[in-house]
Write a protein that binds this ligand. Structure first.
Ligand SMILES: Cc1cc2nc3c(=O)[nH]c(=O)nc-3n(C[C@H](O)[C@H](O)[C@H](O)COP(=O)(O)OP(=O)(O)OC[C@H]3O[C@@H](n4cnc5c(N)ncnc54)[C@H](O)[C@@H]3O)c2cc1C
Length: 380
Protein backbone atom coordinates (compact mmCIF):
# COMPACT_ATOMS: atom_id res chain seq x y z
CA UNK A 1 0.00 0.00 0.00
CA UNK A 2 2.73 2.44 1.01
CA UNK A 3 4.90 1.26 -1.86
CA UNK A 4 2.14 2.05 -4.40
CA UNK A 5 1.68 5.52 -2.97
CA UNK A 6 5.40 6.26 -3.20
CA UNK A 7 5.49 5.23 -6.84
CA UNK A 8 2.47 7.28 -7.84
CA UNK A 9 3.82 10.35 -6.07
CA UNK A 10 7.22 9.92 -7.66
CA UNK A 11 5.64 9.62 -11.08
CA UNK A 12 4.26 13.14 -10.69
CA UNK A 13 7.79 14.53 -10.57
CA UNK A 14 8.06 13.81 -14.28
CA UNK A 15 4.86 15.66 -15.06
CA UNK A 16 4.67 19.13 -16.58
CA UNK A 17 2.97 20.40 -13.46
CA UNK A 18 6.18 19.87 -11.49
CA UNK A 19 6.76 23.56 -10.91
CA UNK A 20 4.32 26.24 -9.89
CA UNK A 21 6.24 29.30 -10.98
CA UNK A 22 3.61 31.23 -12.95
CA UNK A 23 2.22 33.57 -10.36
CA UNK A 24 2.65 37.30 -10.06
CA UNK A 25 5.07 38.64 -7.44
CA UNK A 26 2.51 41.21 -6.25
CA UNK A 27 0.77 40.02 -3.11
CA UNK A 28 -1.10 41.79 -0.37
CA UNK A 29 1.73 42.42 2.11
CA UNK A 30 -0.45 43.37 5.08
CA UNK A 31 0.78 41.62 8.27
CA UNK A 32 2.97 39.16 6.36
CA UNK A 33 6.39 38.27 7.79
CA UNK A 34 7.64 37.85 4.21
CA UNK A 35 5.97 40.49 2.06
CA UNK A 36 6.92 39.10 -1.37
CA UNK A 37 6.02 35.89 -3.11
CA UNK A 38 8.53 33.16 -2.38
CA UNK A 39 9.62 30.61 -4.95
CA UNK A 40 10.20 28.16 -2.09
CA UNK A 41 9.25 28.22 1.58
CA UNK A 42 11.29 25.68 3.55
CA UNK A 43 9.99 24.56 6.95
CA UNK A 44 12.79 23.35 9.24
CA UNK A 45 16.41 24.57 9.57
CA UNK A 46 18.08 21.18 10.08
CA UNK A 47 20.64 19.65 7.71
CA UNK A 48 18.00 18.57 5.13
CA UNK A 49 16.15 21.91 4.96
CA UNK A 50 19.27 24.07 4.87
CA UNK A 51 21.01 21.90 2.27
CA UNK A 52 18.02 22.27 -0.07
CA UNK A 53 17.59 25.98 0.74
CA UNK A 54 21.29 26.77 0.20
CA UNK A 55 21.37 24.96 -3.14
CA UNK A 56 18.16 26.60 -4.44
CA UNK A 57 19.28 30.01 -3.15
CA UNK A 58 22.59 29.71 -5.00
CA UNK A 59 20.71 29.13 -8.25
CA UNK A 60 18.82 32.39 -7.84
CA UNK A 61 15.47 31.40 -6.32
CA UNK A 62 13.62 33.40 -3.67
CA UNK A 63 13.84 31.25 -0.56
CA UNK A 64 12.94 31.64 3.10
CA UNK A 65 13.42 29.07 5.86
CA UNK A 66 11.04 29.01 8.83
CA UNK A 67 12.31 27.40 12.04
CA UNK A 68 10.50 27.00 15.35
CA UNK A 69 13.71 26.96 17.41
CA UNK A 70 15.91 29.97 18.14
CA UNK A 71 18.68 28.79 15.83
CA UNK A 72 19.71 26.28 13.18
CA UNK A 73 20.63 22.62 13.68
CA UNK A 74 17.55 20.62 14.67
CA UNK A 75 18.89 17.22 15.77
CA UNK A 76 22.39 18.50 15.04
CA UNK A 77 22.19 21.36 17.50
CA UNK A 78 24.53 22.19 20.40
CA UNK A 79 23.75 23.43 23.90
CA UNK A 80 25.39 25.77 26.45
CA UNK A 81 24.32 25.27 30.06
CA UNK A 82 25.35 27.62 32.89
CA UNK A 83 26.81 26.02 36.03
CA UNK A 84 24.82 26.19 39.28
CA UNK A 85 26.89 29.11 40.57
CA UNK A 86 26.63 30.78 37.13
CA UNK A 87 30.40 31.26 36.85
CA UNK A 88 30.99 28.97 33.84
CA UNK A 89 29.30 27.16 30.98
CA UNK A 90 29.23 23.56 29.84
CA UNK A 91 28.94 23.31 26.03
CA UNK A 92 28.14 20.04 24.27
CA UNK A 93 26.53 18.59 21.15
CA UNK A 94 22.94 17.83 22.11
CA UNK A 95 22.05 15.51 19.21
CA UNK A 96 24.27 13.97 16.52
CA UNK A 97 27.67 12.76 17.80
CA UNK A 98 29.69 12.50 14.59
CA UNK A 99 29.29 12.64 10.82
CA UNK A 100 30.59 9.96 8.46
CA UNK A 101 29.93 9.03 4.83
CA UNK A 102 28.80 5.81 3.16
CA UNK A 103 28.22 7.28 -0.32
CA UNK A 104 30.95 8.80 -2.53
CA UNK A 105 28.83 11.93 -3.03
CA UNK A 106 28.63 12.66 0.70
CA UNK A 107 32.31 11.75 1.23
CA UNK A 108 33.23 14.43 -1.32
CA UNK A 109 30.93 16.93 0.39
CA UNK A 110 32.56 16.23 3.77
CA UNK A 111 36.00 16.93 2.27
CA UNK A 112 34.67 20.21 0.86
CA UNK A 113 33.05 21.21 4.18
CA UNK A 114 36.35 20.37 5.91
CA UNK A 115 38.28 22.67 3.55
CA UNK A 116 35.72 25.42 4.22
CA UNK A 117 36.26 25.02 7.99
CA UNK A 118 32.66 24.00 8.77
CA UNK A 119 33.71 20.54 10.04
CA UNK A 120 36.93 18.87 11.24
CA UNK A 121 37.98 15.21 11.52
CA UNK A 122 37.59 13.72 15.01
CA UNK A 123 38.68 10.08 14.70
CA UNK A 124 38.88 7.15 12.25
CA UNK A 125 36.79 4.05 13.00
CA UNK A 126 37.99 0.44 12.66
CA UNK A 127 37.11 0.54 8.92
CA UNK A 128 39.29 3.66 8.51
CA UNK A 129 36.23 5.88 7.91
CA UNK A 130 36.71 9.48 9.02
CA UNK A 131 34.28 10.74 11.66
CA UNK A 132 33.83 14.51 11.52
CA UNK A 133 32.26 17.06 13.86
CA UNK A 134 30.91 20.58 13.21
CA UNK A 135 33.19 23.49 14.10
CA UNK A 136 33.45 24.93 16.66
CA UNK A 137 30.35 22.91 17.68
CA UNK A 138 28.05 20.70 15.60
CA UNK A 139 25.71 23.67 15.12
CA UNK A 140 28.60 25.27 13.15
CA UNK A 141 27.73 23.07 10.15
CA UNK A 142 24.14 24.27 9.82
CA UNK A 143 25.19 27.87 10.55
CA UNK A 144 27.59 27.51 7.60
CA UNK A 145 24.80 26.16 5.35
CA UNK A 146 22.47 29.01 6.39
CA UNK A 147 24.91 31.90 5.99
CA UNK A 148 23.42 33.19 2.69
CA UNK A 149 19.84 32.02 3.28
CA UNK A 150 17.00 34.11 4.72
CA UNK A 151 15.93 32.36 7.94
CA UNK A 152 13.10 33.20 10.32
CA UNK A 153 13.73 31.70 13.76
CA UNK A 154 11.31 31.22 16.67
CA UNK A 155 8.68 30.85 13.93
CA UNK A 156 6.58 27.70 14.19
CA UNK A 157 4.47 27.00 11.13
CA UNK A 158 1.19 25.56 12.38
CA UNK A 159 -0.67 25.09 9.08
CA UNK A 160 -0.11 25.19 5.34
CA UNK A 161 -2.96 25.62 2.84
CA UNK A 162 -3.06 25.46 -0.94
CA UNK A 163 -5.33 28.28 -2.11
CA UNK A 164 -5.76 29.29 -5.76
CA UNK A 165 -2.43 27.83 -6.81
CA UNK A 166 -0.35 29.29 -3.97
CA UNK A 167 0.88 27.80 -0.69
CA UNK A 168 -0.11 29.85 2.37
CA UNK A 169 1.93 29.44 5.59
CA UNK A 170 0.33 30.20 8.96
CA UNK A 171 1.34 30.41 12.58
CA UNK A 172 -0.68 30.95 15.75
CA UNK A 173 -0.06 34.29 17.46
CA UNK A 174 -1.94 35.20 20.66
CA UNK A 175 -4.42 32.42 19.90
CA UNK A 176 -5.16 33.69 16.38
CA UNK A 177 -4.18 32.02 13.09
CA UNK A 178 -1.88 34.46 11.28
CA UNK A 179 -0.75 34.32 7.65
CA UNK A 180 3.08 34.65 7.48
CA UNK A 181 4.03 34.02 3.87
CA UNK A 182 2.88 32.87 0.45
CA UNK A 183 4.97 30.66 -1.79
CA UNK A 184 4.80 28.89 -5.12
CA UNK A 185 6.29 25.79 -3.50
CA UNK A 186 6.73 24.53 0.03
CA UNK A 187 9.31 22.02 1.29
CA UNK A 188 8.65 20.27 4.60
CA UNK A 189 12.03 19.47 6.19
CA UNK A 190 10.81 18.51 9.66
CA UNK A 191 10.84 15.11 11.41
CA UNK A 192 8.13 12.86 9.89
CA UNK A 193 5.54 13.24 12.68
CA UNK A 194 5.67 17.03 12.44
CA UNK A 195 5.46 16.87 8.63
CA UNK A 196 2.43 14.57 8.97
CA UNK A 197 0.64 17.14 11.17
CA UNK A 198 1.31 19.91 8.65
CA UNK A 199 0.22 18.03 5.53
CA UNK A 200 -3.27 18.83 4.26
CA UNK A 201 -5.61 15.84 4.70
CA UNK A 202 -6.20 15.40 0.97
CA UNK A 203 -2.57 14.78 -0.06
CA UNK A 204 -1.39 11.25 -0.78
CA UNK A 205 1.99 12.14 0.76
CA UNK A 206 0.34 11.60 4.16
CA UNK A 207 0.05 7.86 3.56
CA UNK A 208 3.82 7.57 3.01
CA UNK A 209 4.58 9.02 6.43
CA UNK A 210 2.32 6.54 8.22
CA UNK A 211 4.91 3.79 7.71
CA UNK A 212 7.86 5.71 9.22
CA UNK A 213 9.03 4.88 12.76
CA UNK A 214 11.28 7.06 14.93
CA UNK A 215 12.78 6.22 18.34
CA UNK A 216 12.78 8.71 21.21
CA UNK A 217 15.99 9.25 23.20
CA UNK A 218 17.13 10.92 26.41
CA UNK A 219 20.53 12.62 26.05
CA UNK A 220 22.61 14.07 28.88
CA UNK A 221 25.57 16.45 28.86
CA UNK A 222 27.73 16.09 31.94
CA UNK A 223 30.84 17.98 33.10
CA UNK A 224 33.10 16.16 35.56
CA UNK A 225 36.01 17.14 37.77
CA UNK A 226 37.32 13.57 37.31
CA UNK A 227 39.28 13.17 34.08
CA UNK A 228 38.38 9.84 32.44
CA UNK A 229 41.33 9.78 30.07
CA UNK A 230 41.21 6.05 29.25
CA UNK A 231 37.94 6.42 27.29
CA UNK A 232 37.84 6.12 23.48
CA UNK A 233 36.13 8.95 21.53
CA UNK A 234 32.81 7.04 21.61
CA UNK A 235 32.30 4.21 24.07
CA UNK A 236 29.38 1.74 23.92
CA UNK A 237 29.10 0.26 27.43
CA UNK A 238 27.52 -3.04 28.38
CA UNK A 239 24.33 -1.46 29.76
CA UNK A 240 20.55 -1.60 29.25
CA UNK A 241 20.35 2.07 30.27
CA UNK A 242 23.21 3.83 28.47
CA UNK A 243 23.74 3.32 24.75
CA UNK A 244 26.81 5.52 24.21
CA UNK A 245 29.28 7.76 26.03
CA UNK A 246 31.12 10.25 23.85
CA UNK A 247 33.99 12.45 24.97
CA UNK A 248 32.95 15.94 23.98
CA UNK A 249 36.18 17.45 25.30
CA UNK A 250 38.22 15.24 22.93
CA UNK A 251 36.53 16.71 19.82
CA UNK A 252 38.58 19.23 17.80
CA UNK A 253 38.03 22.87 18.72
CA UNK A 254 36.35 22.16 22.05
CA UNK A 255 38.34 23.39 25.00
CA UNK A 256 37.56 22.32 28.50
CA UNK A 257 39.76 21.56 31.47
CA UNK A 258 37.12 19.17 32.68
CA UNK A 259 35.78 16.05 31.03
CA UNK A 260 32.58 16.88 29.21
CA UNK A 261 30.66 13.78 28.11
CA UNK A 262 27.54 13.31 26.01
CA UNK A 263 25.52 10.34 27.23
CA UNK A 264 22.78 8.73 25.13
CA UNK A 265 20.21 6.49 26.80
CA UNK A 266 18.96 3.40 24.96
CA UNK A 267 15.60 3.81 23.18
CA UNK A 268 14.12 0.98 25.33
CA UNK A 269 15.10 2.74 28.58
CA UNK A 270 13.93 6.09 27.14
CA UNK A 271 10.52 4.62 26.30
CA UNK A 272 10.13 3.48 29.91
CA UNK A 273 11.15 6.94 31.23
CA UNK A 274 9.44 9.22 28.72
CA UNK A 275 7.50 11.22 31.33
CA UNK A 276 10.22 11.39 33.99
CA UNK A 277 11.60 14.90 34.67
CA UNK A 278 14.93 15.99 33.21
CA UNK A 279 16.55 16.24 36.70
CA UNK A 280 15.41 12.70 37.62
CA UNK A 281 16.79 11.35 34.34
CA UNK A 282 20.16 13.02 35.06
CA UNK A 283 20.22 11.36 38.50
CA UNK A 284 19.44 7.91 37.05
CA UNK A 285 21.99 8.22 34.25
CA UNK A 286 24.71 9.42 36.68
CA UNK A 287 24.03 6.40 38.94
CA UNK A 288 24.44 4.10 35.91
CA UNK A 289 27.67 5.90 34.88
CA UNK A 290 29.11 5.36 38.37
CA UNK A 291 28.26 1.66 38.05
CA UNK A 292 29.95 1.47 34.62
CA UNK A 293 33.10 3.36 35.73
CA UNK A 294 33.12 1.73 39.20
CA UNK A 295 33.89 5.08 40.80
CA UNK A 296 32.09 8.07 42.30
CA UNK A 297 31.80 10.96 39.83
CA UNK A 298 32.41 14.59 40.81
CA UNK A 299 29.69 16.22 38.76
CA UNK A 300 30.19 19.95 38.06
CA UNK A 301 27.22 20.35 35.72
CA UNK A 302 24.63 18.17 34.01
CA UNK A 303 21.64 18.65 31.72
CA UNK A 304 19.24 16.11 30.19
CA UNK A 305 17.10 16.60 27.08
CA UNK A 306 14.39 14.33 25.72
CA UNK A 307 14.36 13.94 21.93
CA UNK A 308 10.89 12.69 21.06
CA UNK A 309 12.10 12.05 17.51
CA UNK A 310 15.73 10.93 17.54
CA UNK A 311 16.86 8.10 15.28
CA UNK A 312 14.80 6.73 12.38
CA UNK A 313 14.13 3.02 13.01
CA UNK A 314 11.90 2.50 9.94
CA UNK A 315 12.69 4.79 6.97
CA UNK A 316 11.03 5.26 3.56
CA UNK A 317 12.95 3.73 0.69
CA UNK A 318 12.70 5.88 -2.47
CA UNK A 319 14.53 6.11 -5.76
CA UNK A 320 15.44 9.76 -5.25
CA UNK A 321 15.48 10.35 -1.48
CA UNK A 322 12.52 12.79 -1.40
CA UNK A 323 8.88 13.11 -2.41
CA UNK A 324 7.24 15.84 -4.45
CA UNK A 325 3.68 16.33 -5.67
CA UNK A 326 2.03 18.30 -8.42
CA UNK A 327 0.94 21.18 -6.15
CA UNK A 328 4.58 22.12 -5.44
CA UNK A 329 4.74 20.36 -2.06
CA UNK A 330 7.85 18.39 -1.10
CA UNK A 331 9.04 16.19 1.74
CA UNK A 332 12.71 15.79 2.67
CA UNK A 333 14.58 14.55 5.74
CA UNK A 334 16.67 11.79 7.26
CA UNK A 335 13.74 9.36 7.02
CA UNK A 336 14.30 8.97 3.27
CA UNK A 337 16.81 6.38 2.14
CA UNK A 338 17.93 6.29 -1.46
CA UNK A 339 20.56 4.68 -3.65
CA UNK A 340 23.21 2.66 -1.87
CA UNK A 341 22.82 4.21 1.58
CA UNK A 342 21.36 1.70 4.00
CA UNK A 343 19.92 2.57 7.35
CA UNK A 344 20.95 0.47 10.35
CA UNK A 345 19.21 0.14 13.64
CA UNK A 346 20.65 1.85 16.67
CA UNK A 347 23.87 0.09 17.55
CA UNK A 348 25.10 0.06 13.96
CA UNK A 349 26.28 3.01 11.91
CA UNK A 350 23.10 5.04 11.34
CA UNK A 351 23.72 7.51 8.50
CA UNK A 352 21.26 10.16 9.78
CA UNK A 353 23.15 13.25 8.65
CA UNK A 354 24.08 11.63 5.34
CA UNK A 355 20.43 10.70 4.62
CA UNK A 356 19.25 14.21 5.54
CA UNK A 357 21.91 15.87 3.36
CA UNK A 358 21.30 13.54 0.38
CA UNK A 359 17.56 14.08 0.62
CA UNK A 360 17.84 17.90 0.61
CA UNK A 361 20.49 17.92 -2.10
CA UNK A 362 18.68 15.48 -4.40
CA UNK A 363 15.42 17.45 -4.23
CA UNK A 364 17.18 20.77 -4.92
CA UNK A 365 19.16 19.31 -7.84
CA UNK A 366 16.00 17.78 -9.39
CA UNK A 367 14.14 21.08 -9.13
CA UNK A 368 17.03 23.05 -10.63
CA UNK A 369 17.38 20.61 -13.57
CA UNK A 370 13.63 20.63 -14.19
CA UNK A 371 13.46 24.44 -14.24
CA UNK A 372 16.44 24.64 -16.61
CA UNK A 373 14.80 22.11 -18.96
CA UNK A 374 11.47 23.99 -18.83
CA UNK A 375 13.26 27.23 -19.75
CA UNK A 376 14.98 25.55 -22.71
CA UNK A 377 11.64 24.14 -23.94
CA UNK A 378 10.01 27.59 -23.55
CA UNK A 379 12.83 29.22 -25.65
CA UNK A 380 12.30 26.69 -28.46
C1 LIG B 1 20.84 12.03 20.17
C2 LIG B 1 21.08 11.90 18.69
C3 LIG B 1 22.27 11.35 18.21
C4 LIG B 1 22.50 11.22 16.86
N1 LIG B 1 23.72 10.74 16.41
C5 LIG B 1 23.98 10.73 15.10
C6 LIG B 1 25.29 10.39 14.62
O1 LIG B 1 26.23 10.14 15.39
N2 LIG B 1 25.50 10.41 13.27
C7 LIG B 1 24.50 10.74 12.37
O2 LIG B 1 24.74 10.74 11.15
N3 LIG B 1 23.26 11.06 12.80
C8 LIG B 1 22.99 11.09 14.14
N4 LIG B 1 21.76 11.49 14.56
C9 LIG B 1 20.70 11.76 13.58
C10 LIG B 1 20.87 13.14 12.92
O3 LIG B 1 21.09 14.12 13.90
C11 LIG B 1 19.60 13.42 12.14
O4 LIG B 1 19.40 12.35 11.24
C12 LIG B 1 19.65 14.73 11.32
O5 LIG B 1 20.14 15.78 12.10
C13 LIG B 1 18.24 15.00 10.85
O6 LIG B 1 18.24 16.18 10.05
P1 LIG B 1 16.87 16.70 9.41
O7 LIG B 1 17.20 17.99 8.75
O8 LIG B 1 16.25 15.61 8.61
O9 LIG B 1 15.87 16.92 10.65
P2 LIG B 1 16.02 17.83 11.95
O10 LIG B 1 17.44 18.00 12.34
O11 LIG B 1 15.11 17.23 12.98
O12 LIG B 1 15.48 19.25 11.50
C14 LIG B 1 14.09 19.54 11.46
C15 LIG B 1 13.86 20.98 11.92
O13 LIG B 1 12.48 21.29 11.73
C16 LIG B 1 12.08 22.15 12.78
N5 LIG B 1 10.61 22.12 12.85
C17 LIG B 1 9.82 21.05 13.14
N6 LIG B 1 8.51 21.40 13.07
C18 LIG B 1 8.49 22.71 12.71
C19 LIG B 1 7.43 23.64 12.46
N7 LIG B 1 6.14 23.28 12.56
N8 LIG B 1 7.75 24.94 12.10
C20 LIG B 1 9.06 25.31 11.98
N9 LIG B 1 10.10 24.46 12.23
C21 LIG B 1 9.82 23.18 12.56
C22 LIG B 1 12.78 21.55 13.99
O14 LIG B 1 12.86 22.47 15.07
C23 LIG B 1 14.14 21.19 13.41
O15 LIG B 1 15.08 22.24 13.55
C24 LIG B 1 21.51 11.64 15.93
C25 LIG B 1 20.32 12.21 16.40
C26 LIG B 1 20.10 12.36 17.77
C27 LIG B 1 18.86 13.04 18.26
Amino acid sequence: MIQTTVLSVLRSIESDEFMNMNHSNNIDSQSLLVDYLLDYAVIGAGVAGLTAADQLNQSGHKIAVFEKARGTGGRMSSKRVASVDNDSFMAFDLGCISISAKSDLFALELEKLHQQGAIAPWFKDDKSNNHYVGMPRNSGLTRHLSKDVECYFSTRITAIEYIEGLWHLYTVESGAKTLLAKANNVILATPPAQAYDLLPSNTQLKGVLEGVEVDPQWVMGIELDNVLSALPAIYYPDSDVIYSISQESSKPGRSSDNSVLQIQATPTWTNKHLEVTSDQVSELLITELERIFEQALHVKNSYSHRWLYSIISKPVQTKDGFLWDETGLGLIGDYFISGDVNVGSIGSNVPGIESAWLSGRQLADSLIIKIRNNRLVAKD
